[in-house]
Design a protein around this ligand. Structure first.
Ligand code: 2M8
Length: 423
């Protein structure tokens, strides 16, 4: 980047490592000890991606420790609770183990309290990233062999229990599962839910979120309940775009584990067909609310997720890039990419997933641009993201107009992905 020197990059890299070390307790790197003092699912995949060029072992232990929370159904929970930073299991974050009650479920791991929801399945792509960039090839191959069956179980769970719409895509059953908790995309299904018995129409966030999680829990985390009754079921383009990319990663990793890549390639094709048939809205991909049967008209950063697929038809890629570069997103933001389109009435430059720019989604879009050979766009996304962290630090998210930091400081995925962007 203009005016920066290799020395500046070395210093930034050192700062990133010191954040990651401060946020680490044993094998686990938490997102931010003050706000999120347990292990979070996709946060750990971003940490693994970021450290993998320098420290294969740390990338592996991060993922292996997350997967100690995997349920026997294959579901990888969105939070794995631990006694870290001198805190108790129930400390520091609500809803904690007493709400999820995973210990009462026969499929949950023994002695490892977890949530009952999942998050975007970036794990196989993270393992592929670790294997692709590892200096110690033997250690990386060994890790792939250990992790492979867990990743297969995770993908099988999504393909069976979560194909609630029957069209080859996985449905999320709670906004927390998207990783983009308060995105305006969830407003409509949440408002529709207000009619459900037991919920007041004016129930505030996060009460509605807890209520929804408790309903699922009270069903015994039952797949049949999810199909027939659960009021929130949405096919999200980012979740499914990430899943598709992870299927492609698993196909490449399968031979290392002595397995056949074909089922993963077929799964990727099924997801691509599902995305194109079900979530394409003419200019971008949109979330499909399975309860109302409607595509959400809102365009958010999640709508670019399917661009992670190198096999996405070129005309769709061109349309997506048109929207991404327009004044709806990058064209009017000093610090891309806003999490919600700027012209939307719900856009809010300082509220988490309702407007601010995030390092993890910028990293995903940079990867998406790279797989389509859009080198200029990929470079721009990398440069702009590094400018954000240089100016404001490793914040959780950033104002897309002036680049000022929002949310937690010294946030793990912002530090980890900076390491990857500097490489
Ligand atoms: C945020 O989500 C948690 C619930 O999972 C919360 O708001 O309390 C999101 O940004 C999510 O993507 C992230 O994984 C989590 C921890 O960083 O925080």
């Amino acid at each position: 980047m203009e005016g920066r020197t290799a020395v500046d990059d070395v210093a930034l890299g050192r700062e990133a490592w010191s954040v990651l070390d401060a946020n680490r307790a044993g094998a686990v790197t938490v997102p931010a000890p003050g706000l999120y003092p347990h292990q979070w699912n996709w946060d750990s995949t971003f940490v693994a991606i970021g450290v993998s060029r320098c420290d294969t072992r740390r990338a592996g232990t991060e993922l292996l420790s997350l997967l100690t929370g995997q349920w026997r159904t294959g579901m990888v929970p969105h939070i794995v609770f631990g006694r870290v930073f001198g805190r108790g299991l129930a400390d520091g974050y609500f809803p904690g183990p007493a709400v999820w009650r995973s210990g009462e479920h026969p499929a949950a791991p023994n002695g490892v309290p977890t949530s009952g929801l999942t998050q975007p399945p970036l794990h196989a792509l993270a393992v592929w990233w670790m294997w692709r960039h590892a200096k110690d090839r033997e250690e990386a191959c060994d890790l792939v062999r250990r992790l492979y069956p867990m990743l297969v179980a995770q993908h099988d769970y999504l393909a069976t229990t979560r194909d609630l719409g029957g069209g080859g895509l996985a449905a999320i059953v709670h906004p927390w599962e998207s990783g983009m908790d308060d995105s305006p995309v969830w407003d409509t299904p949440l408002d529709a839910m207000a009619a459900a018995p037991g919920l007041q129409e004016d129930e505030p966030f996060p009460d509605r979120y807890v209520w929804l999680a408790q309903r699922y829990r009270d069903s015994g985390y039952d797949p049949a309940y999810l199909r027939a009754e659960h009021p929130f079921a949405v096919e999200d383009p980012m979740f499914n775009g990430i899943w598709l990319a992870s299927c492609q990663a698993l196909a490449e990793l399968a031979p290392l584990a002595g397995a056949d890549p074909a089922p993963h390639q077929e799964a990727a094709e099924r997801i691509r067909a599902g995305l194109l048939e079900r979530l394409w809205g003419g200019e971008a991909f949109h979330a499909l609310d399975l309860r109302s049967g409607r595509l959400n008209p809102m365009c958010t950063v999640g709508g670019f997720g399917p661009m992670l697929d190198p096999g996405l038809p070129r005309d769709r890629v061109a349309k997506l890039v048109g929207v991404l570069e327009s004044a709806r997103f990058m064209g009017a933001a000093g610090y891309p990419v806003p999490s919600c389109e700027i012209r939307a009435p719900q856009f809010d430059r300082s509220r988490y997933w309702r407007g601010p720019s995030w390092v993890n989604t910028n990293w995903l879009l940079r990867r998406a641009a790279a797989v389509h050979g859009l080198d200029g766009l990929a470079r721009l996304l990398g440069v702009c993201t590094l400018r954000l962290v240089r100016q404001a630090g490793f914040r959780e998210c950033f104002d897309p107009f002036d680049g000022s930091g929002r949310g937690s400081r010294d946030f793990s995925w912002s530090a980890a992905l900076t390491l990857d962007l500097l490489a």
